[in-house]
Write a protein that binds this ligand. Structure first.
Ligand code: GDP
Ligand code: IMO
Ligand code: MG
Length: 435
């Protein structure tokens, strides 16, 4: 039986962790966010309502659950207060029966945000940070000059007063829940390839989003963990800079594109569907940039706050197998399978070619990774819309084949397939690694 389950991002983020955490929260008692800060944006769609969470665990909209922001996180007090107040305006009563903050999470201060401004800090610009002060705050934590939330909330500011009643030594509550055999869900932010130790350094964030981070970031031991689930899109995307072996089109071509906000302003629905048809045609003629653009349009791959286009590419098995290994994944979840519609052929990268040699293990040397050329296996696509399909056996044959082939190549079972943003667009293939 699974009582404790860690959710990690398997790629470069935005895989749909928020959706899957919300889905699994139904059976959980306690949800713990263990790393990162408001660089994260987790989307949950319930009915007609869309929620975007940056710090508060995505379990909060299930009204009877306790959500904890763990010690491994960095908290911008003003952002958290706004998130709480937005929920309160929607009728949620956020008190310490719903939300607790670890006293030893660290505080993002104005100086951290000033330091992380990509307009004035060349390193933040190169990495393409979110500019939220994440790196500088973790830096202060590591050199032992940071301010913990337990201390900050005695400072008397408006935000401090609002947050103070929520602060606890949360390890006690989490370990107590474990003793009582309650179901605890650990919610990861960011993703494996953005991990400070295991990601594509220096193009990474400043925390450990991988499974180990769930332990240090919440105060539980490894013997308590029953299952680790990695979330993967059926393709891959990246925000910000850094090497990207399976990228379709170049980073610059994507940057040059208009934001979705402009696209929506300028184009009628009719013009938008013409643009989509044009890219379907070109994508199926083999134009790589159009293949990437089609994934962007169909997958709505645009930043949540800025509307900037995300870099897109084919599923990378080399990177996925790496994520399976270093997180010790019990199973994978595949999201956004619906986005691959309209492609005659779908590529998956099964190995890299680096300096004329075939490489099957993810290289940690960033210079090598930057030289990696993808070696593809090509699978047949499908034209049918699948977002209303409820069971795996009702998917088009080629969609089933795609999922099954990725299970084989990644050497990991796939427990859930997601075909749309809503809770109802979720198929459980095998629940032995789930609650
Ligand atoms: P997270 O950061 O991993 O929580 O992911 P985000 O919320 O940043 O990005 C995922 C986006 O894809 C959100 O807009 C979700 O609503 C959406 N989404 C999640 N699963 C699916 C899916 O299976 N199909 C489609 N089309 N969209 C999905
Ligand atoms: P979720 O949880 C996608 C990326 C940034 C940048 C790099 C470092 O929604 O999946 P930082 O501000 O952390 O110093 O930026 O990491 N990044 C993310 N990309 N999804 C995220 O979170 C991300 N959090 C950080 O774009 O390249
Ligand atoms: Mg996100």
């Amino acid at each position: 039986m699974v009582n404790t389950l860690i959710i990690v991002g398997g790629q470069w983020g935005d895989e749909g962790k928020g959706k899957i955490v919300d889905y699994l929260t139904e059976k959980a008692d306690l949800i713990v966010r263990y790393a990162g800060g408001n660089n994260a944006g987790h989307t949950v769609v319930v009915g007609d309502q869309t929620y975007k969470f940056h710090l508060i665990p995505s379990g909060i909209i299930h009204k009877d659950k306790l959500n904890i922001i763990g010690n491994g996180t960095v908290i911008d007090p003003d952002v958290l207060v706004k998130e709480i107040e937005d929920l309160e305006k929607m009728g949620y009563n956020i008190d310490d029966t719903k939300l607790m903050l670890s006293s030893s999470a660290h505080t993002i201060l104005q100086k951290h945000k000033d330091e992380d401004n990509p307009e004035t800090n060349a390193n933040s610009k190169k990495i393409g940070t979110t500019g939220r002060g994440i790196g500088p705050c973790y830096k202060d934590k590591i050199v032992r000059t940071g301010l913990r939330i337990g201390e900050y909330t005695h400072s008397g500011t408006r935000a401090a007063k609002k947050l103070n009643p929520l602060v606890r030594d949360t390890y006690i509550i989490i370990n107590d829940a474990l003793k009582k055999q309650k179901k605890v869900l650990f919610e990861g932010a960011q993703a494996t390839l953005l991990d400070i130790d295991h990601g594509t350094y220096p193009f990474v964030t400043s925390s450990n989003p991988t499974a180990g981070g769930a332990l240090t970031g919440s105060g539980v031991g490894p013997t308590n963990i029953d299952s680790v689930i990695g979330i993967f899109k059926a393709y891959i995307t990246r925000v910000g800079g850094g090497p990207f072996a399976t990228e379709l089109g170049t980073e610059q071509e994507t940057k040059n594109e208009e934001s979705i906000l402009d696209l929506k302003k300028e184009l009628s629905e009719e013009a938008m569907s013409r643009l989509k048809r044009k890219n379907i045609k070109r994508a199926n003629e083999g134009n790589e940039y159009s293949q990437g653009r089609l994934l962007r349009i169909q997958g709505y791959e645009y930043g949540t706050t800025t509307g900037r286009p995300r870099r897109t590419g084919w599923f990378d098995v080399v990177a996925a197998r790496y994520a399976v290994a270093i997180n010790g994944l019990s199973s994978m979840v595949m999201t956004k399978l619906d986005v691959l519609q309209n492609l005659k052929e779908i590529n998956v990268c099964v190995a890299y070619e680096i300096d004329g040699k075939k490489v099957v293990n993810f290289p940690l040397d960033i210079k090598k990774l930057a030289k990696a050329r993808p070696i593809y296996e090509t699978l047949p696509g499908w034209d049918e819309a699948i977002s209303k399909v409820k069971s795996f056996n009702d998917l088009p044959k080629n969609a089933r084949r795609y999922v099954e082939r990725l299970e084989e190549l990644c050497e990991s079972p796939i427990s859930i397939v997601s075909v749309g943003p809503k809770r109802s667009q979720t198929m459980v293939l095998d629940n032995s690694t789930l609650f």
